[in-house]
Design a protein around this ligand. Structure first.
Ligand code: 5GP
Length: 237
């Protein structure tokens, strides 16, 4: 019997599992950019992204960050905790790039003297708009305590990941996280979910600033899968 598809996103599918409190997350090779206007299939991407997420989530778990990861199933699928997703994207930035460069006019690559945390509404139809704390409250997306908890977790994850990537000659420019709520108050009620991959991070070579992330696709730089492979090679070190 085919597994029941619960949700299909741009890069992943979520299926029901045998247990009500667990779901199966499958990584696809599909890539989209410019809010879905640009689409492609990047062979092998899903396999690399699944492995990348496992490596980083296991590392974060070892540093006492609660994540949804439970077990590996095969090269494209993971068993994860079923959560109620908080419909926000939490972005942490160590250097100016992408939409922060566009919004502020600051040069891409400028080092930020302390990390910038931003919240976006996860809504394709609205183009994932930037939200401030009041907007989050007005929308009823999360209470103040949950917003504070996500901010603190995101900053702690940033410190851990920056160090992890620096040891592998990579600069963590910025990244996006998603969080979910647990059914009870275990793990403080908020758990890191989704993925951490070259789709969701900007990763530059420490010396040459070469990009090993989805910007190669977004900006038509070529060598997309080669960039993902290089990032994965270094992460395994
Ligand atoms: P920016 O706001 O500059 O476009 O993105 C900041 C960081 O968050 C980048 O590392 C980017 O990959 C990640 N990010 C932000 N929004 C999304 C999104 O909707 N999908 C993915 N895959 N990454 C995102």
């Amino acid at each position: 019997m085919a597994e029941e598809l619960l949700y299909e996103g741009k890069a992943k599918r979520i299926y029901a599992s045998e247990r009500a409190d667990q779901v199966v997350m499958e990584f696809k090779d599909d890539a989209t950019a410019l809010n879905g206007q640009k689409r492609a299939t990047i062979e092998e991407k899903g396999i690399i992204n699944r492995a990348f997420t496992v490596r980083l989530f296991r590392y974060l778990e070892s540093e006492r960050i609660p994540t949804h990861l439970l077990a590996e199933i095969d090269e494209r699928r993971l068993l994860v905790r079923r959560l109620t997703m908080i419909g926000l994207e939490v972005v942490v930035r160590n250097r100016v790039a992408g939409s922060l460069a566009t919004r502020t006019g600051l040069a891409e690559g400028t080092v930020l003297d302390r990390p910038v945390v931003e919240f976006y509404l996860k809504d394709d139809a609205l183009g994932d708009p930037l939200l401030n704390d009041d907007h989050i409250r007005v929308l009823g997306m999360a209470d103040e305590e949950t917003v504070l908890r996500m901010r603190q977790m995101a900053l702690r994850i940033n410190r851990l990941l920056e160090e992890f990537f620096a040891a592998r000659a990579l600069i963590l420019v910025d990244f996006k996280l998603e969080f979910g709520r647990t059914p009870t108050q275990e793990d403080g009620g908020v758990v890191l979910a989704d993925e951490i991959t070259p789709d969701t991070c900007r990763l530059w070579d420490r010396t040459t600033f070469e990009k090993f992330d989805k910007d190669r696709f977004r900006r038509d730089l070529g060598g997309v899968i080669e960039g993902y492979r290089e990032a994965w090679k270094r992460v395994q070190q």
